[in-house]
Structures are given as C-alpha cells and as structure tokens.
Design a protein around this ligand. Structure first.
Ligand code: FAD
Length: 451
C-alpha cells in the first residue's frame, strides 16, 4: 500500500502525526509538498516567508534522504496535484494536518470530495498545528472561547496528546522529486531574516530550554534584552511542534517555563477563534462602528518608521530589517496605528503579513483585532503611550538606539522624547517631528468609541 503525507503547516519529521501515521499505515509513502497557487492568490506569499520556507523544505528533504526517502515537490492547484500524484503512485490514502483558516477548510473540503470520488480516503490530523485541537474545549453554549482566561484554564486542564517519534525509515515509491525552491532565488528578502528549517529550529529550541526560558517570566517584555524564544517562525511553518514544546516546557516547570506555556496557549486561543469564525481574518470580530481615518501620510510614516515616536519607529524598523518584531513592539505599533492614528487594523495587518516571517493568519489578524479593540480584548479601548512604554520596557533606550541610530547619542532622558530637546539641539537631528499629538490622538479615538 501507498499513502501520501501532504505537508502544509507541518514541515517537520519530529512529532508530526501526519508523517507518522502515513509511515505506519502503508508500505510506502510519498512525502509531498505542493507550492500552492491558492496560497499565492490569497496574498500569503511574501518574500521573507518564502525564504524561510525554502530553508524548511531543503531541511525536510535532507532529513527524509537520511531516512532513505526524499521530499516530492509539485506546484499548482493543491487538490489537482495531490489527486494526480495519488493516481500515478496508486495511493489509497492522503494524510493532512487540519488547518484553521477559511482557505484551509476549503482546501480540505475539496480534497476530501475529489479523493472520495476516486475511492480514496483523506485522513485529517487535528493536533499537528496547535497543541490542543481547535474546538477541543468549548464554553457552554458556544463553539469557541472569546475570552482568554477561561480558555486557558480549560486548556491547561486538558491533556496535550503524546508525542510521536520521527520515523527512522521512509520508503518512497518511484516518483520524480520535482525541484525545491531555493532561498537564493527569492528576491526582496529582509537582510536579517533568520535561517529556517527543523534542524535550525531544534537547535534554537535546545538553547532556549537550556538557557533563555528560565528568565522568560521576568525578561520577556525587555525590548533590548531580546529575551523571548524567537520560535514563532518555526511554529508558523510547523518546523517545530507546538505540542512538543508544551511537553518540554512543562517538564522544565520553572515560572519562566510556565509563562512560556501560557503564550503557547495564546496561539491555540487565536487558532480556535479563527477556526470557529474564519471571517474574522477580514471582518471585525466585534464591530465597534469605527469610521477609520486612514490618513495616507500618517500611515506611510508608520510603515517607514518615521512617526517621530522613537519606540514606534524602532519597532517598525526592526520589522523591516528582520521580518520579525518583539511582541511588546507589535502591541505598541498596532495600538499607535489603530488608536492614536485611528487607521483601520486591516492596513496594519496587511503590512505585517507582507514582512513577518512568522506572519500567520490566526495570530496576526486576531492579535491586530485584539489591539484594535475589535477582537477579544476585554478592555478594547485602552491606548498604549509610546513614551510611557519606552520608559518602562526600554528604560536605557538601548532598543531605540539600536534601531534609530540617529538618536543613539542623545542623553537618556531625551531618547523617548526627542521633541523635548532644546530647539538648537533638535535642529541638528535628522529625525522627524511627531506625526500626531498623542493627547489629541487619544481624545479623538475615545470620542469615536464613545469611551
Ligand atoms: P515568545 O514570547 O517566545 O512566545 C512563544 C510562542 O508563543 C511564540 O512563538 C508564539 O507562537 C506564541 N505567542 C506568543 N505570544 C502570542 C500571542 N500574543 N498570540 C499568539 N501566539 C503567541 N505571532 C505570530 O506567530 N504570527 C503573527 O503573525 C503575529 N502577529 C502579531 C501581530 C500583533 C499586532 C501582535 C500584537 C502580536 C502578533 N503575534 C504574532 C504574537 C506575538 O507577538 C509573536 O508570536 C511573538 O512576538 C513571537 O516571538 P517569540 O517566538 O519570541 O515569542
């Protein structure tokens, strides 16, 4: 017998129920990745992620080769490609990770219908992408949790599935491998995009468990300390397994490890919201009657990191340079765009998706909605102040100095408020005036929301 293991958001050998079940259930397996036209058409094909994806696929192929097999790559419509391949190798079953987006649901539906039409079976595994399956815990009277704290309570009580081993051998039938995309062929990649792939991810994970995680509870908000795991891109592509991370962190048990597990639960939380409400990728989860201003000049300043607010600009420049941003930065710049500038969260979410190497429809869209107050935040009208946030989370101004070097030489007390410099000193700075007055921005937003 032959099965197809269709890789999507699970580009890994370790703890991958899709690959594990395919290998156990058949004599031979086709480990398949389809460079899917549908993903491109949906606007998810950004250079930074494509570069990281190329690393992941190369690494996956190398891992499969070490086990006697190889990756098979096709491009085009995913359903057509899978069915054509299943027919040509005589596969009777296709294994797939359950996804949470509207696109993933449509893909799964089409694939199931086409396979069943030709007498084949689709096996969907629902704890591949998230630690807990979306919908595994629900509140009375609803199909999903809209508030994190009660979700987290139930999430923590529910057991995460046991890990599955990486296969030792993968026997692939005679089939053309197709060509792997190469990172070197991807244009427009941010210079600081980290190396992708399961091997790089496991290396980073080992270092994280041995060192960083212990200090996570205290250090995670320290912008300059950069004391978070930076595992998000590996989780996004499934080069690391969320379930495995929960097991490993729980085993550590320290307060830092517990705080880290809580963040992984946030990831599951947003995934279960999106699975239940796929339209919330584009539409307000909780409409607030907003009439966004969408001032083009202000939005351009935000995108380019020249709003005149050093912490906002530092974070936006980190995004441009690395395709990644610290969570504290993400919250601040999202609050600044949607509340202080009162621009539509979709504009910011789009810009993030164009650049983030971990750019993820569930985490990105729903975190944007959370900050904009159109999502699941129980305090939807709070506004973050970049000066207050700067003094608190970048007290020495080191993060600002790193990303906004034109301010690096300033006395510390001016680093987050360069407009307070004497006019003569200010004139010598190649740095813009604030694009908007913070108090005015806040008042305008609060009026609009009736807050
Ligand atoms: P760590 O602090 O080490 O946390 C560990 C893991 O927990 C992360 O890798 C991530 O998978 C998960 N996690 C942490 N915080 C969150 C959160 N708030 N929501 C969901 N999962 C979380 N995360 C993405 O993975 N993709 C996105 O596209 C994305 N867009 C965001 C947009 C906005 C406006 C905001 C406020 C947050 C966004 N996040 C997104 C969540 C969070 O900022 C990142 O997951 C985190 O900064 C990644 O860094 P890390 O791996 O070092 O995180």
């Amino acid at each position: 017998t032959v099965s197809v293991a269709l890789f999507t958001s699970d580009l890994r050998l370790h703890d991958n129920p899709v690959l594990y079940s395919a290998v156990r259930g058949a004599d031979q397996v086709v480990p398949l990745f389809v460079d899917d036209d549908g993903v491109r058409a949906a606007g998810f094909d950004a250079p930074n992620r494509r570069a990281f994806l190329a690393d992941c696929l190369a690494d996956l192929d190398a891992g499969l080769r070490a086990r006697g097999g190889h990756l098979v790559v096709r491009s085009g419509d995913v359903v057509e490609q899978v069915c054509a391949l299943a027919t040509s190798v005589g596969a009777d079953r296709v294994h797939l990770a359950g996804g949470v987006s509207g696109y993933a649901a449509r893909r799964e539906g089409r694939l199931r219908a086409e396979l069943e039409r030709t007498g084949r079976t689709l096996s969907v595994h629902d704890t591949v992408v998230t630690a807990l399956a979306p919908g595994a815990v629900t509140p009375a009277g609803s199909d999903h949790y809209a508030v994190f704290t009660p979700y987290f309570r139930r999430w923590a009580e529910a057991g995460v599935r046991d890990r599955v081993a990486a296969p030792r051998k993968v026997s692939v039938p005679e089939v053309a491998p197709g060509s792997l995309p190469r990172r070197a062929d991807v244009g427009g990649v941010s210079p600081g995009v980290m190396e992708g792939g399961e091997t790089a991810g496991r290396r980073r994970l080992r270092r994280w468990l041995a060192g960083g995680i212990a200090g996570y509870e205290d250090g995670h908000d320290d912008l300059a300390g950069d004391a978070t795991s930076r595992l998000s891109p590996f989780l996004h592509f499934g080069a690391l397994s969320a379930a495995e991370l929960v097991h490993l962190a729980r085993h550590k048990g320290s307060p830092g490890a517990q705080a880290f597990v809580r963040q992984l639960a946030w990831r599951d939380f947003h995934h279960q919201v999106l699975a239940a409400r796929p339209e919330s990728a584009h539409e307000d989860y909780r409409p607030r009657g907003d009439r966004w201003r969408d001032d083009e000049r202000e939005i351009a300043a935000w995108r380019e990191g020249r709003t005149g607010y050093p912490l906002v600009d530092a974070a936006m420049r980190q995004l441009t340079h690395e395709g990644w941003m610290h969570n504290r930065g993400r919250m601040l710049v999202a609050s600044f765009l949607t509340k202080t500038l009162y621009a539509d969260w979709r504009i910011g979410a789009r810009h993030f998706l164009d650049l983030l190497v971990d750019g993820d429809v569930a985490n990105n869209q729903l975190n944007w909605q959370w900050v904009a107050g159109t999502g699941t935040d129980t305090r939807p009208n709070r506004v973050l102040n970049p000066v207050v946030q700067g003094k608190r989370f970048d007290p020495h101004g080191s993060y600002v100095s790193r990303w906004v070097p034109e301010l690096a030489g300033l006395e510390r007390k001016f680093l987050h408020e360069p407009w307070k410099l004497k006019a003569a000193d200010r004139a010598g700075l190649d740095y813009p005036d604030p694009v908007v007055d913070l108090a005015e921005g806040r008042a305008r937003f609060e009026r609009a929301r009736g807050a």
